[in-house]
Ligand binder design. Structure first.
Ligand code: FE
Length: 339
């Protein structure tokens, strides 16, 4: 009896050791980092038993690290907050296609790579803001920003900023290269000041009176309600916004994207995590933590995000072109000496 018990104990501890050695895990390299992400990954671990190890940093640094680690990289999943960087990762051969019915059914085609190298998991809108006091009839399209009546009016960040590169890339796709060049030159001619700071600074410029119009992603505005942001929150009522291009292609949207790395050691676990990102829990998490819009259709908006109302998005332009047109977009900005 004793002998049997001993053997059983030995057998148990062996399988426990095997389980430890084989513990299911997935390694995430993410340039998206919020304090609330812990709850997201804890939920995934609770549902699947798969542990999540996260390395966070700037997208370019993470990509350099993955390249340096090469075939030995432990990275399974890469997350970046714009399609342009997902394109760069795919272009560098760092990503592998993920064949998943869940991902290709739930994520709309225009916000995923045509060969499933990456998938958008949340969306952010590029919006035209204006001073309610000083602007009666704000521009209704991105194209109207070039109207000479907006001379000395527009605040927008620099042309090297990836949000602006993606916007111009989408204009190249929608209007053609010649028109895109005229657009860049026209906006440049209407700048209120040399581009400076981030999107929040463009909104602040309206409140300080330096700019009548500002181009910013939508969540920088919504953040002004959630947090007490200097130069923004106290006088946020001065800001109006326009959802651009509602009578044609719709609002330019960017995405947070996820992809599986070419050398991922834990492909099953990585796929499980990527599929989990399309669940209602994860979709709401991604959207609500930064007031973004869910990628999966039909997920309800939280009250804070719904504050800006509903609008038509540009889903004619595949997000992929933000990357494939990015070099051309930068060349155009340079040609017109856009700062
Ligand atoms: Fe941002």
């Amino acid at each position: 009896m004793k002998r049997f018990a001993t053997r059983l104990t030995a057998a148990l501890s062996l399988s426990a050791m095997a389980a430890t050695a084989m513990a299911a895990e997935v390694n995430v390299y993410s340039s998206r980092h919020y304090d609330t992400d812990d709850a997201l990954y804890a939920k995934f671990t609770e549902e699947t038993g798969i542990e999540v190890n996260r390395i966070e940093g700037k997208a370019d640094e993470l990509m350099a690290r993955i390249e340096a680690e090469g075939a030995n990289s432990p990275a399974d999943v890469f997350i970046a907050v714009d399609a342009g960087r997902m394109f760069r990762a795919a272009d560098a051969g760092m990503l592998q296609a993920v064949d998943s019915d869940v991902l290709s059914t739930k994520i709309p085609a225009h916000i995923r790579h045509p060969e499933n190298l990456w998938f958008g998991v949340s969306q952010r809108a590029r919006v035209i803001f204006y001073s309610k006091d000083r602007v009666e009839n704000p521009p209704q399209t991105y194209e109207e920003l070039t109207d000479e009546k907006w001379k000395d009016s527009i605040c927008i960040r620099t042309s090297s900023n990836i949000y602006n590169l993606s916007l111009l890339a989408s204009i190249i796709h929608a209007d053609g290269e010649e028109a895109a060049k005229e657009w860049a030159a026209g906006v440049n001619a209407n700048l209120a000041r040399a581009p400076q700071g981030g999107d929040t600074d463009q909104l602040r410029g309206i409140i300080s009176g330096e700019c009548d119009l500002a181009v910013s992603n939508h969540y920088y505005y919504l953040r002004g309600f959630d947090q007490d942001i200097e130069g923004l929150t106290a006088e946020i009522d001065q800001l109006g916004w326009v959802w651009p291009n509602q009578s044609d292609r719709g609002v330019h949207m960017n995405v947070t994207g996820v992809g599986m790395l070419a050398n991922a050691p834990n492909t099953d676990e990585a796929k499980a995590l990527m599929e989990f990102f399309t669940s209602e829990f994860a979709q709401r998490h991604f959207a609500e933590q930064n007031n973004e819009y869910p990628a999966v259709p039909g997920i309800p908006l939280d009250d804070d995000t719904a504050r800006m109302g509903y609008f038509i998005i540009d889903n004619d332009t595949p997000t992929e072109v933000y990357g494939s047109n990015a070099a051309r977009a930068q060349a155009i900005f340079n040609e017109v000496n856009f700062p």
